[in-house]
Each structure stands twice: as C-alpha cells, then as structure tokens.
Design a protein around this ligand. Structure first.
Ligand SMILES: C[S@@+](CC[C@H](N)C(=O)[O-])C[C@H]1O[C@@H](n2cnc3c(N)ncnc32)[C@H](O)[C@@H]1O
Length: 244
C-alpha cells in the first residue's frame, strides 16, 4: 500500500515555500505560544518551533494519524517545544483552555466545511492583538479538475473541498472581529510534469484520487494536453495576516 503521508511530504514543496513565506511575515517572538492548524507532516511546524526556542512553544493540530506520526518521527532531536495533537481543529477548539499569541494555518481551511465557525474559533483562542497567518486555496486549477474528473469518483473528490472566494473569506474574518493587516502573493507551485501533479494530488486527497484509476486512453489525452512543466495555484491562493 502507498504511504500517502510519505508521498505528500515528497511532493508538497510549493506549499512548503508558501508556508515559509507566511512564517517570515508573522515575525514570531521568542516566547510565543503558537497554534499550528493542520500541521500535515510537520516541516513548517519545526521551522516555527526552531525560531522560538527555547522559551516559545507550538501546539500542532492534525487529524491525519499517518501524517502526524511521520511529523513526530522526523522531528529534529533538538526541537522539544512542539505539542502534537491528533484532532480536528473545531473539536480541539471546543475543549482547549489555552490562549495563543499567534495562529498559523497553511493550506488547510479549504478542507474545513464550517468555515465561519472555524475562523470564529481561531479568534476566540487568540489573545487580544494576536496575529493569524492564513493561506488557503480559493479555487481549483484546470489541470486538477481535469485529472479528478477523469476518474469515477472525481465529482466526490471535488465536492469534498470547500472552496470559498476571497471576498467570502474576508467577510468571515471581518464577522469574527479580525482586522486584515497585510495581503501578499505567493509564487506558483511548479511541477516538473503531469505525473508529479498527479502524485501530489493523490497524496493531498489522502488517496481518494488514485493515478491507477485512470484508463490509459484518459492518461494519454491528459499527457497530450499537459506536456512539460505545470505552474498552478498562484491566482487560486489567498494569503494574509489578520489581527485580533
Ligand atoms: C494541504 S495540507 C497542509 C499541511 C501543512 N500546513 C503544510 O503546509 O505543509 C492540509 C492539512 O490540513 C489537515 N486538515 C484537514 N482538515 C482539518 C481540520 N478540520 N482540522 C485540522 N487540520 C485539518 C489535513 O489532514 C492536512 O494534513
């Protein structure tokens, strides 16, 4: 069986670069208590934890057991300031009594159905004046639609994502009480070829999309349409820093 968390870690470099950028914009202070929502395989969590050693701490929330296990196994030895939580964010938010100096979420909120509730929950968990670094996807690039719809369960996969336009996100943040401090653009994800896009999409969808479900005829048609490097996601990504 494929280990999707390993595959995800290998091919998610565009997202990683955007995540580093988001961390840079947050300018973490050394004693911060940071909430990482949807930590995935943890590389960005380590970066934040490293930046705030030895007094700061990161609480990393991730519902995928396989990803969080990989994150824990690969955590560099000297980084001892991450508290890993296997949970869905809204369920964590209901029970925690912590108050955070910073919240961070890189490419996660389009997987969450109850988006206003989730933004409200982040607001509630932050101290007054605290910042929230937010990046999410607002739509699906054509190549992702094409590869998804070429499989039988393509519609179900696409429906499992909850894309909202930038305007909707801005109103969720405003309704919650946030002020938007700074918007910024991210670079495109660049994939070497269609195969790499498909591997990434398989890992990202936790294997609901599977390359082996494509018939040879469909695969050939897709390869003809998409030859060479593929650049996606710049215009479908929304990133900003908000403040409570
Ligand atoms: C595209 S990955 C991003 C991971 C990491 N932030 C990064 O940039 O590498 C999205 C992650 O959000 C997690 N996720 C999905 N729904 C979530 C929820 N309701 N609460 C917390 N995390 C969630 C997924 O399991 C996945 O690992």
């Amino acid at each position: 069986m494929h280990n999707q968390a390993h595959l995800y870690k290998k091919v998610a470099s565009g997202q990683y670069q955007a995540g580093l950028n988001l961390i840079k914009h947050l300018q973490l202070s050394k004693n911060a208590l940071v909430l990482d929502i949807g930590a995935g395989t943890g590389q960005l969590t380590y970066t934040m934890a490293q930046e705030i050693l030895p007094h700061g701490q990161v609480v990393a929330i991730e519902p995928d057991q396989e990803r969080i296990s990989l994150a824990q196994q690969n955590s560099p030895k000297h980084i001892n300031n991450i508290h890993w939580v296997i949970d869905d964010f809204l369920s964590f938010a209901k029970t925690t009594e912590l108050s955070f100096d910073v919240a961070y979420s890189n490419y996660v909120f389009h997987w969450i159905k109850q988006q206003q509730l989730a933004v409200d929950a982040v607001y509630r968990l932050l101290k007054p004046g605290a910042k929230f670094g937010f990046c999410c996807v607002t739509g699906m690039p054509e190549v992702i639609k094409d590869i998804s719809f070429a499989t039988k369960n393509g519609h179900a996969i696409v429906k499992s994502l909850n894309f909202s336009f930038a305007e909707a996100w801005l109103s969720y943040f405003k309704n919650a009480g946030f002020r938007i401090l700074q918007h910024y653009e991210v670079p495109d994800y660049v994939f070497a070829d269609l195969d790499e896009v498909m591997q990434w999409w398989q890992a990202t969808t936790h294997a609901r999309f599977q390359v082996i479900n494509l018939e040879q005829k469909q695969l050939s048609a897709l390869q003809q349409k998409y030859s060479g490097k593929i650049h996606i996601y710049q215009k479908e990504t929304l990133c900003f820093i908000a403040q409570k």
